[in-house]
Ligand binder design. Sequence first.
Ligand SMILES: *[C@@H]1O[C@H](CO)[C@@H](O)[C@H](O)[C@H]1NC(C)=O
Ligand SMILES: *[C@@H]1O[C@H](CO)[C@@H](O)[C@H](O)[C@H]1NC(C)=O
Length: 364
Amino acid sequence: MNFCVLDKVNVALSDMIIKFTFTVILALSQVPFCLMLPRDPLDKPNIIILVADDMGYGDLSSYGHPTQESGPIDRMALEGMRFTQWYSPESVCTPSRGATLTGRLPVRVGLYGPYERVFIPHMPTGLPKNEITIAEALKDVGYATGMNGKWHLGINEFRFDDGNHLPAHHGFDEVGTIAPFTHHARCDEEKKIVSSPEKSYCFFYSNDTIIQQPAAHHNITKTLVYETKAFIYNHENDPFFYMLNFLHLHDSLFAGPEFQASSKRGEYGDNLNEMSWAVGEVLDTLRKLEIEKNTLVLFVSDHGGHIEICSDGGKNSPFRGSKETTWEGGFRVPAIAWWPSMIEGATVSRDIVSSLDILAPPWI
Ligand SMILES: *[C@@H]1O[C@H](CO)[C@@H](O)[C@H](O)[C@H]1NC(C)=O
Ligand SMILES: *[C@@H]1O[C@H](CO)[C@@H](O)[C@H](O)[C@H]1NC(C)=O
């Protein structure tokens, strides 16, 4: 046989083998999802923490508010467990959020800013790097991690623009749109409180990059929901940890157009309805992907409502005191845990719990 012909046959054969192998690999790469057995609910459950900003104990209809509309958050309580003695670690944002993420008493880890005990944007300080966050702990055991929304645990460390304290530097691998500081009265777009939003307080980042200053809030809740859903879709087969930190219900109030005038309670109720819609969207996504039995969702407020600002500031009833105070109203918060298959619906827990307990670090 002519060698040239043989060569051609060989080339054709190897070409066929490559094509065949490639087809098999391609086919196999499409099937594992069908072959995969459902994960046991206790096998690395997904964890989602949804944090409301400045929401008081008495703000939800499920916690006894007389005029607030009942919505998806209240439905979450009906399907899960509602806590009546859940305490925030502090009554202002920075120390409370830092303690929630690390399980450490804020005073022990330097989480006290100079202005109302919180960090302010230009301060080169943040959550100490040697503290282990929930995200870092879960990442170590194979979880995908992500977050968006409010941070308030520092921005820069050494220079004015190094971004060394942003969430990507504390264990969150996928960071969406964030308010590294907080929503604030000085960000008032309605011009009820300030004549225009103050740039040095009002800005959004996407991960480590500043994307908007001053920040526009009309569709921020939609954006946060969109990003959270995208994260869940991308990780439906992984164990994952996600934290959605709402900018609601801190003043100034800012409901998107769909929720304006949606509440008979007024603007605060509109804001709460928008946040409640967002919570419903997250739970519906889990159900749609049929991963709700593998997912613990916790909804909690960072501390009590800011009742001094009257109708803009929520209700801590039946307790006395407010955000920034050591009264019960500053610390006792609404908290709901949802995990179909593991948590029985419509249960009420009267146990004393703190957000400090979310992470019970063995290293402390
Ligand atoms: C987010 O920022 C961190 C730190 O700068 C970087 O390592 C990471 O790749 C960034 N993620 C994305 C999706 O850009
Ligand atoms: C929010 O509004 C901005 C324009 O102001 C737009 O670019 C963005 O796509 C909107 N996001 C969502 C999720 O609708």
